[in-house]
Each structure stands twice: as C-alpha cells, then as structure tokens.
Design a protein around this ligand. Structure first.
Ligand SMILES: O=C(CO)[C@H](O)[C@H](O)COP(=O)(O)O
Length: 143
C-alpha cells in the first residue's frame, strides 16, 4: 500500500495527540483504571490545583462516544464534589442535556453545557439554548 505524505502527517499528528493524552491522563489519574470512564471515581481532585492548575474539568454525563444517549444523574456527584471544592472552576457536562435535564446539572454546579440532540433535534434550537443558559444563570444566582 502506498503511503502518501498526507497519511504520514496524519500519523505524526495522531502520535502527538496520543502522547499528549497520555501525559494528561497520567497527571489526572496515575493509576491504571480499566473501568468505563463514566464510572471512574473522582479521587484526584487535588490535581486541579497546584503547579499546573486546570481551568475546566469535563464530566461526561453519558458514556463517551456518541450523541443521543440518556443523561446519567449519578454523574452529578462528581459535579457537586468539584463545585464544592472549586467555586470558580469551569465545570463542563456533556451528554443527554436538554430542557428536561439541565436543572439537575446546573444546580449541581455545572456551568458549561454540551448539548447535541436537544438543540439540533429541536424546531426551535435558539429557544432550547436560551432555556439551558437561563437554568445555569439562575443556579449561579441562587448558588
Ligand atoms: O459526544 C458525546 C458523547 O461522547 C456527547 O454526548 C454529544 O456530543 C452530545 O450529544 P447529546 O446532547 O445528543 O447527548
């Protein structure tokens, strides 16, 4: 099979990203962890602080991989624990978020919302976005 320069470039980029990922993974979760990512316990919160503090933590609220899954409310324990410890940290949640699940996530402390199906599947995407925003703003005001 002929390898073109674009394939080589892709390979180099992939190897670079793989190395970056491994560096981050080891910093946040030094122990090998074979459980599915949504079920890992958040035990290394102290890593958020220190020499290289992070600005945002992403908490997956579905199994990573594809859109259209059901929101997993049990993941809110991670969000609550992070928010309690880090009042100004950006906490992103990703998966199954829409008008029916946003209040739980926002009141747990999430302030960055990834929403796919609920926005793109709606006839009024702007309306959905404004519901999501309003929920986060209200939770911040009440928090
Ligand atoms: O990619 C994802 C998981 O890996 C996300 O769940 C997706 O981006 C958001 O989609 P949805 O709002 O439909 O759950």
């Amino acid at each position: 099979m002929e390898i073109k320069w674009k394939d080589s470039l892709t390979l180099v980029l992939f190897k670079y990203l793989e190395a970056q990922y491994e560096m981050i993974r080891q910093a946040l979760c030094p122990q090998p962890d074979n459980r599915s990512s949504s079920h890992r316990e958040f035990t290394k919160t102290h890593q958020v602080e220190g020499e290289n503090p992070v600005e945002m933590v992403l908490v997956m609220t579905v199994e990573p991989g594809f859109g259209g899954q059901k929101f997993m409310p049990e993941t809110m324990d991670k969000v609550r624990a992070l928010r309690k410890k880090y009042p100004s940290l950006d906490i992103e949640v990703d998966g199954g978020l829409g008008p029916s699940t946003i209040d739980v996530a926002a009141s747990a402390g999430a302030n960055c919302i990834v929403a796919g199906s609920s926005v793109f599947g709606s006839k009024e995407p702007a309306n959905v976005i404004s519901i999501l925003r309003k929920s986060v703003q209200e939770a911040q005001q009440n928090g």
